[in-house]
Design a binder for this molecule. Structure first.
Ligand SMILES: [Zn+2]
Length: 517
């Protein structure tokens, strides 16, 4: 079925210009394949004229089959005073062998005169010639009108003349770009409407987020007559980033109720967003609208209480629609409802009238007061709930430990000794590590794998050390992330002493692994 709004992804081109983002050819291919499976209509793979990596991307991409998306190569209009067929950069666009070519050209007279240093007439000829040349090679041509809004505000008649030049030369789409990202929603609406009233071809919208309006401006463009929207996953891009497609997509489908993706695709939005962050080696932002881990997290006790009664009382949509999940955060603001919902989420059958509920709540508030935070340490919280509910003892005890550090040549080596007890049996082990936490972790694990062989598969995958100001003074909080290859869990320890805090978090981590079996 024909989409009412076309989605054009430029993560691999505009997005890759973001600070700290550097995709290899293999990364780009993986992202392109993911976007194709997800169902976007266009994937802009890169600018062949700007770097050899993008030429290589297109060389490899043309050997693959694409299910939903059409690939686009990006470039600019021909240089001034040269025929399009003689311009090397334009030639590379043809050599990329993509079904779609997107070129950008100048709308704003300031740029024509001061940056291109040419005449308004030559700029119109550059646009028309290049579009005509690409059309003569059978390409679907998208004309990105750079600085469309700023240019139109400066000289509307000239701006319209540039867009018409593209249309009359055969461009299939004229996309209006807020290149500097500084326009207000009202500017976008008015100028898109003007373009709609004067052009016959499809109109697209391409915005940037410099004043925090990237998504709002894209939606305004769509409401004013554009039917094609360009952006990047997670809003990657130069400066503050491009229009964030991860927000545009659910807004178009769930709020504006327009057809844009195959049935069910939007439920994979969070997965797509996380996937792209992972490839880009960027931490997934918890506060990202729609897909962040905090997007449907409830913390205040009264909110949680209301959500428990009527789910949608504090939620704008059901989080599952975009593949996200509702989370209940546990903190010293927690009420009974938080604990009940959290316990359910963790798989415990706990109700408002379970007698242990009060004990758990009191214990959580006490620990939070002493500097613990359970928001990011669900493993420790699950253990606390379990132990209280089942009146369980710990499966092992650490009777004593010792950590020392020495320098040996250039390397510093930490050594840890632990004495543990499992029932009546005891073990005493020593291990080395490149830091105190690793040494302790190894010593503890060496001692305990004798009793619990399946601990072999558990590894320490991350640690974070934070200072925490508490009701009782400054302390260190250590968060540890562990994995058994299938599941990842986080645990927490707090103490005046960093080694002590680490040991607590390590013990919780191992206990959690043991109760998983
Ligand atoms: Zn851009």
């Amino acid at each position: 079925m024909k989409p009412e709004v076309e989605l054009y992804d430029t993560t691999l081109r505009d997005g890759s210009q973001g600070e700290g983002i550097n995709f290899s050819v293999a990364d780009k291919l993986r992202i392109a394949e993911k976007l194709d499976t997800f169902g976007v209509h266009y994937i802009e793979g890169g600018w062949p004229g700007s770097n050899p990596k993008d030429i290589e991307f297109f060389a490899q991409a043309k050997r693959k089959s694409w299910k939903n998306a059409r690939l686009a190569a990006f470039g600019s209009t021909r240089r001034k005073n040269i025929a399009a067929e003689k311009d090397e950069q334009v030639g590379l666009l043809i050599q990329a062998e993509t079904p779609v070519v997107t070129i950008y050209g100048k709308t704003w007279l300031l740029h024509v005169k001061e940056v291109l240093t040419t005449t308004p007439e030559e700029n119109l000829a550059m646009i028309a010639d290049t579009v005509r040349f690409l059309k003569s090679h059978g390409r679907y041509v998208i004309y990105d009108a750079e600085h469309a809004f700023d240019g139109c505000k400066d000289d509307a008649e000239y701006a319209l003349a540039t867009w018409k030049a593209a249309e009359e030369a055969g461009a299939d789409n004229v996309t209006l770009c807020d290149t500097n990202g500084g326009c207000l929603v009202s500017d976008i609406s008015r100028i898109t409407q003007l373009a709609r009233s004067r052009l016959k071809c499809q109109i697209g919208i391409h915005t940037h987020d410099d004043i925090g309006l990237g998504v709002a401006n894209a939606l305004a463009g769509l409401e004013a007559g554009a039917t094609h929207v360009q952006g990047t996953i997670n809003g990657y891009g130069e400066r503050t980033g491009n229009c964030n497609l991860t927000s545009v997509i659910p807004n178009v489908i769930l709020k504006m109720k327009k057809r844009a993706l195959p049935e069910g695709a939007v439920a994979k939005l969070k997965e797509l967003s996380q996937f792209v962050d992972e490839i880009a080696n960027i931490r997934h932002s918890p506060r990202q609208p729609w897909v962040g881990s905090a997007a449907f997290a409830h913390k205040g006790g009264t909110h949680v209480n209301a959500v428990q009664k009527v789910i949608h009382s504090y939620e704008h949509i059901n989080p599952e629609l975009v593949g996200n999940t509702r989370r209940v955060l546990i903190s010293d603001l927690a009420g009974r409802s938080n604990i009940v919902m959290k316990a359910k989420e963790l798989g415990f059958n706990l109700g408002n009238d379970t007698p242990e509920l009060k004990t758990i709540l009191t214990r959580v508030k006490e620990l939070e007061h002493n500097g613990y935070e359970f928001e990011a340490a669900e493993g420790s919280l699950a253990l606390l709930i379990r132990k209280t509910m089942k009146h369980e003892e710990s499966p092992f005890r650490v009777d004593a430990y010792h950590v020392s550090m020495r320098r040996d040549g250039a390397a510093s080596i930490c050594e840890a000794t632990v004495k543990v007890r499992v029932g009546e049996k005891r073990a005493h082990t020593v291990a080395e590590g490149d830091g105190p936490v690793n040494a302790l972790d190894s010593a503890l694990r060496n001692a305990l794998t004798k009793f619990f062989p399946h601990l072999e598969s558990v590894t320490l995958t991350g640690k974070r050390i934070l200072d925490t100001a508490t009701g009782t003074g400054a302390k260190t909080r250590v968060l540890i992330e562990s994995s058994n290859g299938k599941e990842v869990w986080s645990t927490v320890g707090v103490s005046e002493n960093i080694i002590d805090a680490s040991l607590q978090a390590l013990i919780d981590s191992i206990e959690y692994a043991l109760q998983k079996g």
